[in-house]
Design a protein around this ligand. Sequence first.
Ligand code: KG4
Ligand code: ZN
Length: 343
Amino acid sequence: MLVLGIESTCDETACAIVRHGKDILSNVVASQIDLHKEYGGVVPELACRRHIDLIIPVIDQALNQAKLTLKQIDLIAVANGPGLIGALLIGLNTAKALALALRKPFIGINHVEAHLYAAIMSHPQDVQFPCLGVVLSGGHTALVLIKQIGQYELIGQTVDDAVGEAFDKVAKMLNLPYPGGPEIENLAKHGRSVKFNFKAGQVKGRPLDFSFSGLKTAVLYAIKDPKALKETVLLSSEMTQDIAASFQEAACSDIVKKSLLAAKQYGVNTLLFGGGVTNNCYLRKLFSVTNSNLNYIWPSAGLSLDNAAMIAGLGYYRYQLQNKSDSMDLEPLTRTPLQSVEE
Ligand code: KG4
Ligand code: ZN
């Protein structure tokens, strides 16, 4: 079965073609980073306009690279949430139009679930369930018990900022360009992680939940005197590197600690990772040195940041499970939880 996937939830316009849920024939991502860089973050209205310009050329490119025509596609899969409303509408309406014109089925896919599926897709062997899903992206931070593809239990999540968002905001405070995650990681290589005693937040009575907003504020206070917050401070490069390293250590060690606690509590020995922050090598290393008895399944290159291959791949499985096309009434959902199939 050939599935054409469409992703437009935030600032990436992407289309991919995947055979039988795993075999990636093309994976085209048009990033909008340059467009948003000068504003220090994603500007939703600009993102939507760019999606409109890019969506058809990106689909054409994905078909060309796979040496296929639209007529050969069996199913259209599209991320219909969570994400920015205008951005979602463009991908979703394109998918509906294609499905109508081609008389082919289409299916709406949860973007966060697809980030977890990206790790499954990256793994050559079959994944043994149950396992723990760890979603670390710019919009989401969550721990999910995965009983099967399509059967989930949310066991922890952030109560404020997502971890990628915290990386981006700290980078902005340090006058680094968007997206901040890779910038912080690079600077941190030269900094001392013990220089500042930053700590991520703990949520009372909910040991598997995350909180990064206090950590972000602690970084702000390390940069600026709280009484003079509005004044611009010039930091030495040494200080910038130390802040980056200390922040990264605090955020990553919190993720490792809570993920391992969840694995122990739920008796799972395989962890599946998804989302852009999983690109962080320091985080990957910290997991492997902290507990090497667990199986870690990371998304491969091209599948950690937003992409449409993960949408097409998961679309294949979800379509087998629900066995029918979604209706043309399918709505974009700006906020939507992971939904299990039986719900
Ligand atoms: O999964 P993703 O592409 O988009 C969302 O669904 O949000 O993740 C983007 C996020 C951004 O916040 C970016 O700063 C972060 O992933 N990121 C990183 C790294 N590469 C990307 N964070 C830390 N270290 C990295 N190397
Ligand atoms: Zn994402």
